[in-house]
Design a protein around this ligand. Structure first.
Ligand code: IDP
Ligand code: MG
Length: 167
């Protein structure tokens, strides 16, 4: 069954110029990229994304990390990979959460590290299961930014909403 997963190349991945390497590794999965963009992560997006960890002692550092404050790179690359077994395939390539325990040949094993303040800097995020993938994809992307229909949508007319267009 086709499924979707959110992938984030985290600020350390961008700072270390790993985008190409990571995308090359992920292309081994033969999955399709159905959305991609660079995002400046707001505090509220970061907190919502990692809400399952909000009681952890490393939460505050984690929020700073994903917002790019630890790397002076205030952006992440967000992508959606889609296809058969997408989550399992991408999580296998990513490797374990703790980069010291990750397979040395996995993305996190090869490029991750643990900082002196204790955050696992593991260069990539992959959704953990289909429910999390749906929650995260809806958080990071609007329906029209994705080239396939992943989840049900509805049309609404927004009155008086201000949008920016090219001058
Ligand atoms: P995952 O990214 O492998 O799904 P989660 O448990 O969802 O792992 O944790 C989200 C992120 O929080 C991890 O990728 C890592 O950056 C950080 N993290 C998780 N557990 C720890 C920990 O025990 N110490 C430090 N950082 C952690
Ligand atoms: Mg997770």
């Amino acid at each position: 069954m086709n499924e979707a997963t959110l992938i984030l190349i985290k600020p350390d991945g961008l700072k270390k110029s790993l985008t190409g390497n990571i995308l090359t590794r992920l292309s081994e999965t033969k999955l399709e990229i159905v959305a991609a963009k660079i995002v400046r992560v707001s505090r509220s997006l970061a907190e919502e994304h990692y809400k399952h960890l909000k009681d952890k002692p490393f939460f505050e550092e984690l929020i700073k990390y994903i917002q790019g404050e630890l790397h002076n790179r205030r952006k992440v690359m967000a992508l959606i990979y889609w296809g058969e077994g997408a989550i399992k395939k991408c999580r296998e390539l990513a490797g374990a959460t703790n980069p010291e325990e990750a397979e040395p040949t996995s993305i996190r094993g090869a490029y991750g590290r643990i900082t002196t303040s204790g955050v696992y800097e593991n260069v990539i995020h992959v959704s953990s299961d289909p429910q999390e993938a749906e929650r995260e994809i809806k958080l990071w992307f609007q329906p029209d930014e994705i080239i396939v229909n992943l989840y049900p949508t509805k049309e609404i007319v927004e009155k008086e909403s201000k949008i920016r267009v090219w001058a």
